[in-house]
Design a protein around this ligand. Sequence first.
Ligand SMILES: *Cc1c(COP(=O)(O)O)cnc(C)c1O
Length: 355
Amino acid sequence: MSASPQDLVRPEIMALSGYHVPPAAGMIKLDAMENPYHLPEALRDVVAEVAYGVSLNRYPDASAAKLKSTLRETMQIPEACGLVLGNGSDELIQIVTMALAKPGATILSIEPSFVMYRMIATFCGARYVGVPLREDFSLDFGALLTAVERENPAVIFIAYPNNPSGNLFAAEDIEALIKAAPGLVVIDEAYTPFAGKSFMPRLAEFKNLIVMRTLSKLGLAALRLGYMVGAKEWMDEFEKLRLPYNINSLTQEIAARVLESGAALQAQAETIVAERTRVYHELAGMQGVKVFRSQANFLLLRVPDAPMAFNGLKARQILVKNLHGAHPILDNCLRVTIGTPAENDAFLNVLSELL
Ligand SMILES: *Cc1c(COP(=O)(O)O)cnc(C)c1O
């Protein structure tokens, strides 16, 4: 064979740099919006019991019927709607984009937001348009509407609350956007457990609305389970692109059992929300720090020198996300996930020393 990657790989893929996950062994990990808490003891016993009983020699239930019915009951999924499961919601973004990536089709989102919308559009050979937020990370609704009219997007992805800014856009703006959109609108509710706001109850009102969720931020990141809900006729098409066994047996069984046992994870989310308020006020009181209001399990802050603060924290074994350089309105910004009270104190102490 004489071909090199340059000869055969699509140029837009050659130009990509892969999604970078920094090594974190031994560090206080406040960079990836994970829940800092283990499952409660009683649930860990349930997990052990489930793992013992799973038939690892068999393929998973391809339709994940039991898990889907548990999700329908516990997540108030409207009965008339279709439900598609993904190996994380990342995979669902990929499925939606793959299905809609006709030649010339446009994927639209806001910026800065979740980077996978753009990356997956590139993977699928679709055109991507990002509409900038205002400097304070609010939605520039006029600009968004103009862009929607001009670009005629097949799908609009909106993270609600937004990542990396943490704010929740006005529900009236989102509603007006859904009405104005010529195609689908995906409301990505990855942070709903910390925001208490959702478009799930409103699915019946809008034929072009999809609500996407994940269990990752709630405390089950290792299981990789995302789900999306929308009009059945759309979900039936997306289901065709789902690889047959994308949700493994351990994920199916463990997620169902954890969700059935109800309030444990939501109680942890409430602890995290209370800590978010405390950390917000601590940061707001620090000279030189501008912290932004968040409805998610992380805070965005601006410091005088973000790369220096990032490296200083890292040298003290605290890993946050450095967003400096990611987008012009993220100049000197860091994103910190809310951890345990002790982890948050360590972060606050080291940061104040570095300022
Ligand atoms: C973390 C995140 C996801 C991806 O979650 P997974 O289910 O772990 O793939 C999706 N959307 C947003 C906005 C996120 O922040």
